[in-house]
Each structure stands twice: as C-alpha cells, then as structure tokens.
Write a protein that binds this ligand. Structure first.
Ligand code: C5P
Length: 407
C-alpha cells in the first residue's frame, strides 16, 4: 500500500468523466490513502454522492452548510488536513474559477485554502480544451505551482475525436504515488537558491540589468520546499511574491550583495542551486548625481563581478551539492560541461536560447542536465514547475550517490 497514511482531498466536478472519479477513488483507497471527496453541485448530476461516500467511507462534502442542522463544512480545515488535493475530472468552468478565485462552491474555497500541492486532471471536449481562454487558465494554474495531468487524445463523449479525455484513473494513481515518493526526500536538508537578475547601479536612476524574471529560481525553491527542505532564497529584484512559509527570501539588488549573502549562508547548507542571472560586469564607479545628457559619447567603464557559483565551488565540502545554470548560444554541451568543471559544480542545467519557449520571462523551459560523468540527459519543453521537479529529482539522486560513495 503505497499511499498509507496519506490524506487526499479528491475534488470532482461536473464532467461526463465524473464516473471515472469512482475508479480513481477506489484506486487511491486500495493504496491505503484516506480520501475526503468534495463535489461541485453539478458533479452530483453526473455521479451520486452515495457512490463516492460508500467508496471513501466518509460523507461527501459539497455544501457550505448542512441543510439539516446548519453545521459549517470547513474548507479551511480540509485544506489544512490534506497532504494532496487532486481535482479529477476538472472542467473548464472549474479551471476558470480556480484561476481567478471565483469561490461559489466548496471545491474552490477548499482549493484556495489548501496548503498542499494540487494536481489537476482536466476533462472536456476538444474545442473547449484548446480554446485560448481555457489554455490560458491552465497556464495560470501551472504558474501557481499546480501540477496538470494533461488529458489524453481519443474518442470523446461528444462523438468527436481529439484531446480532452481525462487521463485514466490508474495512471492518475501512479502520478499521486510518484508525487509522494518524491516528496520529503529532502527532509532536514537546507538549500540555498539564487534567483532573478541583479541590478548594477550607474547613477541614482540607472542600472545595468537583464531580462531574468526569477520564475525558474522561485519554482526550484518551491519544489525543494515541497521535498521537505528548508530553503533560503537569495533573490534579485523580481515581481514574484513568495507565499511558502518554508522559504526564507532575502532580497538583494547587486551582484556584490548577492555574493556576500551566498558566501555567508552556503557553509550552513547541504547545497545550493545557482539560478540567478548575475551580471558579469558592474560599473567601476557610481555617480552620486544623475549623469547629464551631453553631446559626446558616454563611456562607462565596467569591471568583472565575482563569480558567486565559482566561489561557492571553492568553498564546497564533500557532502555539499552545487548546481549551476548555463545559457549558451553555441557549442552548448561542451561549453556547459567545461563550466561545470571550472566552477566545481555537481550538476549543470543547460538552457538553450535556440529553443523556442525556453529561457527568460516565459513560463516554460527546455533543459539538458549534465553531471560530472558528462552524460547529458535531454528533457522536453515543460512548464517551469515541471522542470523544477526534474531538477530536484536529479538533486535527490545526486545526493543519494554522494551518500553511497561516502558509506
Ligand atoms: O559563467 P556564467 O555566467 O555563464 O555561469 C552561469 C552560472 O553561474 C549560473 O548558475 C549563474 O547563476 C552563476 N553565476 C554566478 N555568479 C556570477 C555569474 C554567474 O553565480 N557572477
């Protein structure tokens, strides 16, 4: 029983695929999970709460209040109780409400109160699925750290054929098992993560920066925290707000400030992931007053910044793991591998500017992971949350390798 002791909230919405939620529920219970079912009002048109309550051994939650005695069904308690919330099937309407916090039923209020990871398995007709409004909602939900189980292609209830079928219940159960086996692998570990750009000041109103949004670094911090680690995130100036209590964010602006923080924190950690796009050069001097426009060319002399990853590579002890990033435009694999060696990294994540959908600002990334054995692992284009999960899985296996070598 691979899910013994796990608390799962199973959200069911009004889709023809709701009948599959009964098989899904049986699969979860068979694996030992304790499941609380939450149904939207329209889900009850497709499958009865009696079936779901009999299979879960618990009354189904659906209304905010009990019609009999006025007891309040606390979505907050449910959200706190759950180790995982699984929404399957998720209709376009529910995805839209989740993406914009429209709390007109208990499933959505529970979702917004949930402290745990949320896995969503959409189900709908192909045209509804591929509508830009629906795809945008899915992207929003991904960017909030939810995991989407893509629907499959095949015959649909409408008689049409295409993408929209909810993933089969047994495969969803496997995803849930995978999620829990990955989780908590880094319990009692402490990781340092850098994210975002740095700003190098020229004068009081100007700086040299770059397009890094910080999304990849924040996603890695989140996945490390989900795996049980305590995370210190040294972040350059970004728009993203951290809401995870297991992540301590230290905000810095310049490469120098980031360097100081990292060098002082790194020795207390089990490892670091250097995801920040740190400026390689900074102005030699800073003008206290705004530089005035003149007819002649303005020359700003730049000096190299310290290489944070390289310096941590020198400080690194045998037990620590150090992960760096490489954004290359040519001879990608060999350049990335020599960067790994030069900076004494254990793992390097290569992003290519040649891949559409990868790199700065966007919500997706396509990576290649290279370890000390120089045997690259190529990944498909994925959401940054999924990429972060792949990177954390590689960190976990790298740590296991180190442990074995030392044992
Ligand atoms: O040498 P390059 O800048 O391409 O190396 C990229 C890797 O080094 C990234 O992991 C980045 O976070 C890190 N880096 C750093 N300090 C710098 C420059 C890059 O930590 N000054």
């Amino acid at each position: 029983m691979r899910l013994s002791g796990k608390h799962i909230v199973l959200g069911v919405t009004g889709s023809i695929a709701a009948y599959k939620a009964a098989y899904l529920l049986r699969g979860l219970v068979k694996e030992g999970a304790e499941v609380q079912v939450v149904m939207t009002p329209s889900a009850k048109e497709f499958i009865t709460p009696v079936t779901m309550s009999a299979l879960s051994g618990k009354p189904v939650a659906s209304e905010f209040f009990s019609a009999n005695d006025g007891t309040w069904h606390s979505h907050v308690d449910m959200g706190q109780w759950a180790d995982l919330m699984l929404i399957a099937p998720a209709t376009a309407a529910t995805l839209g409400k989740m993406a914009s916090a429209v709390c007109d039923n208990l499933l959505i209020t529970t979702y917004l109160s949930a402290k745990c990871k949320v896995i969503i398995a959409p189900a709908m007709d192909l045209d509804m699925f591929r509508h830009p409004a629906n795809l945008r909602n899915i992207e929003i939900l991904r960017s909030y750290g939810n995991l989407i189980i893509e629907p499959g292609e095949g015959a649909l209830a409408s008689g049409l054929h295409g993408k929209g079928r909810m993933e089969e219940p047994e495969n969803i159960v496997e995803e849930v098992v995978k999620f829990f086996s990955q989780k908590k692998k880094l319990l009692n570990k402490h990781f340092l993560v850098t994210a975002g750009p740095t700003y190098e000041k020229i004068d009081p109103v100007r700086f040299i920066g770059n397009y890094s949004s910080g999304k990849m670094g924040y996603a890695i911090a989140n996945e490390l925290a989900l795996a049980g680690a305590k995370v210190t995130l040294v972040s350059g100036p970004v728009e993203i707000k951290n809401t995870n209590p297991d992540i301590q964010v230290i905000r810095v602006e310049s490469a120098k400030q980031m360097h100081e923080k990292c060098v002082s924190i790194f020795p207390e950690t089990d490892g670091a992931v250097m995801c920040a796009a740190v400026a390689d050069f900074t102005p030699v001097s800073f003008s206290d007053s705004k530089i005035k426009r003149e007819k002649d060319d303005l020359v700003i002399q730049l000096k190299p910044t310290s290489d944070i990853a390289g310096d941590l590579g020198c400080l690194k002890s045998e037990n620590q793991i150090l992960v760096g990033f490489a954004l290359e435009t040519n001879d990608e694999l060999s350049n990335a591998y020599s960067k790994l060696q030069r900076k004494n990294l254990d793992l390097i994540v290569l992003n290519s500017l040649n891949d559409t959908g990868a790199g700065f600002g966007v919500d997706t990334n396509k990576i290649t992971l290279i370890g000390k054995d120089n045997n690259p692992a190529f990944f498909e284009l994925k959401s940054k949350t999924e990429v972060a999960a792949d990177i954390v899985a590689a960190i976990v296996s790298e740590m296991e390798k180190k442990r074995k070598i030392q044992a």
